[in-house]
Design a protein around this ligand. Structure first.
Ligand code: ADP
Length: 244
């Protein structure tokens, strides 16, 4: 039984772009059913880390284990098949398609059983849309949605793959206060489902409302890690943000 083991374990991770060390010797452990926030000033390496974790970039050095399996350097579709879903900082939906069609794209997770494909996909995609509060907009074109609603559809698309780990890259960016509170409620509902969530987020009040643990990056290095109360009072974290 691995329930107490972290779902994602990163050791000594580095990603260099030529001479630029975007990530250096980063350790990270994301515990099952936690909401784990990844924070840090602009340019600190957060998006690079999520891109390495989701297989878009191969690490220069280090190891990544997901659900007790070594996945270092694995391709995005392999990681998706193992249960890792992500959203992007800039929403990536097909604007000419309906909400339901967009979510169905995400529900076709590699490795999913292909029998009864269509019925199953529609059901799971509708369930994901209902879960994020967009069930009544299933047939609407994404182009007609507010930005906040597009964000919800994007999260539904990631959810429809039935992931173990959800990587969210700045989901609150561009949302108004009401939408941010809806996002907080959704994050807590997803945690209630048993999901594990790694969230990059700049909005500190939001992070404080949802995070079980926080990892802080600065100049590609981990400068603090642990429970929110301790991390947010850490002098190293305070001075990193003051320098921004
Ligand atoms: P954050 O998400 O914390 O703002 P990023 O991960 O986007 O930080 O960037 C970290 C550093 O890596 C920055 O200096 C950025 O310019 C650099 N970087 C990110 N992606 C690339 C890339 N594809 N090629 C070269 N440099 C990159």
């Amino acid at each position: 039984d691995h329930r107490d083991e972290p779902l994602l374990v990163v050791r000594g991770l580095a990603k260099h772009f030529g001479g630029l060390r975007a990530l250096n010797n980063v350790d990270l452990a994301v515990r099952r059913n936690n909401i784990h926030a990844l924070i840090g000033p602009n340019g600190s390496g957060k998006t690079t880390l999520v891109n390495v974790l989701s297989g878009i970039y191969k690490p220069t050095a280090g190891k990544i284990a997901f659900a007790d399996e070594d996945v270092t350097g694995a391709a995005p579709h392999v990681l998706a098949g193992l249960g890792l879903s992500r959203t992007f900082q800039n929403i990536r939906l097909f604007r000419s398609m309906s909400c339901l069609e967009n979510v169905m794209v995400g529900a076709q997770r590699p490795g999913n059983d292909l029998s009864d494909v269509h019925r199953d996909l529609v059901a799971r995609s509708l369930a994901a849309l209902h879960f994020v509060g967009m069930g009544d907009r299933a047939d609407d074109s994404v182009a007609n949605l507010s930005y906040g609603h597009q964000r919800m559809v994007e999260i539904a698309r990631a959810l429809a793959a039935n992931p173990k780990l959800l990587l969210l890259d700045e989901p609150a960016a561009g949302l108004n206060l009401t939408e941010k509170q809806e996002l907080v409620a959704l994050l807590l509902r997803m945690k209630g489902l048993g999901l594990t969530i790694l969230i990059i987020e700049h909005d500190m009040p939001l992070v404080e409302q949802v995070a079980d643990s926080i990892t802080v990056l600065n100049f590609g290095e981990r400068i603090s890690d642990g429970q929110p109360e301790a991390v947010l009072r850490d002098p190293a974290v305070i001075s990193a943000y003051l320098g921004e």
